[in-house]
Design a protein around this ligand. Structure first.
Ligand SMILES: NC(=O)c1ccc[n+]([C@@H]2O[C@H](COP(=O)([O-])OP(=O)(O)OC[C@H]3O[C@@H](n4cnc5c(N)ncnc54)[C@H](OP(=O)(O)O)[C@@H]3O)[C@@H](O)[C@H]2O)c1
Length: 255
């Protein structure tokens, strides 16, 4: 299996690492020379599987599957400058590039998909959203996470918007950990507890059979959780989390 990545940034490093760790037979990954340090670091870590191309066209020429992992500002110009034979499969990771526009740039082909992996693809867990639901793309991406197949561009845009809260969520974990430390706990214990606690909360929520709000309101009246939820609701602390999703959705909505 020959995978090529145009744009060797944060997400390419994560996804390529996940594939290298997956144990797929006969895996060859070719990455573009930018960013040079990141490309070299990947090559040094997985010398039997990763090579660094001389340029972006070589990535296309040497791959069966081409991943576009460029920043939105550069993506169209870079892709438009390349020749993509129709047998090359195209996986778009660029948040703002629509498949319709990608097809205008590279031509139609049997396998062209919009995919949203996240950096935990390096550890081969977490959701990977895929549109359209092409079985070959699902099978490929299942090596680096759990495929979530959606049927329309609007659906992938909605889920992509939610990913815009990843950093905010990590900041919440940071603040909770810092608060424990400020009150006298050592950092490793605080961090271990906060991350295990939030991970268990998510696991329970994912298996909860009823509406999630039922779970949120399952608490002792006047108890600790009642204090926490009442205070945050009075401050409208949840409002901003969904409020920002509107503008994020506008940004990632595609034709
Ligand atoms: N980060 C995530 O979790 C994530 C998740 C899903 C999707 N995405 C999407 O993936 C794309 C890349 O994100 P990222 O976080 O990986 O960004 P990034 O770290 O900035 O990576 C972009 C890479 O593109 C390279 N580049 C710039 N111009 C190029 C050119 N002409 N040819 C080849 N490479 C070129 C940059 O190299 P230089 O450093 O030398 O400029 C950089 O290494 C974005 O569209 C983003 O929306 C990101």
């Amino acid at each position: 299996m020959k995978l090529g990545f145009i744009g060797t940034g944060i997400i390419t490093a994560a996804v390529a690492t996940g594939f290298c760790e997956s144990g797929i037979d006969g895996l060859c990954i070719i990455v573009s020379p930018r960013n040079r340090e990141r490309a070299q670091a990947l090559r040094e870590r997985y010398p039997d599987m990763i090579s660094v191309a001389a340029d972006n066209q070589e990535v296309v020429d040497q791959s069966d599957w081409v991943f576009a992992a460029l920043l939105p500002a550069a993506a169209e110009e870079v892709i438009a400058g390349l020749t993509f034979p129709p047998e090359k499969h195209f996986i778009n990771l660029v948040a703002t590039l629509s498949l319709k526009r990608a097809e205008e740039l590279i031509g139609k082909r049997a396998i062209i998909a919009d995919v949203v992996p996240l950096t935990f693809a390096a550890n081969r867990f977490g959701p990977v959203v895929i549109y359209p639901p092409i079985p070959e793309v699902r099978d490929l991406m299942s090596h680096v996470g759990t495929p979530v197949l959606v049927e329309t561009p609007d659906q992938i845009a909605i889920l992509r918007s939610v990913t815009g809260l990843m950093s905010a969520y990590y900041m919440l974990l940071t603040r909770l950990t810092d608060w424990c430390v400020d009150h006298g706990l050592d950092e490793p214990t605080a961090r271990k507890y906060v991350t295990a606690f939030t991970s268990a909360l998510s696991e329970k929520a994912s298996a909860w059979p009823g509406p999630l709000e039922e779970l949120a309101r399952e608490m002792t009246p006047g108890g600790l959780n009642w204090m926490g939820l009442t205070h945050l609701e009075e401050k409208d602390a949840f409002g901003p989390w969904t409020e920002i999703l509107g503008p994020v959705l506008e940004k990632v909505k595609k034709e």
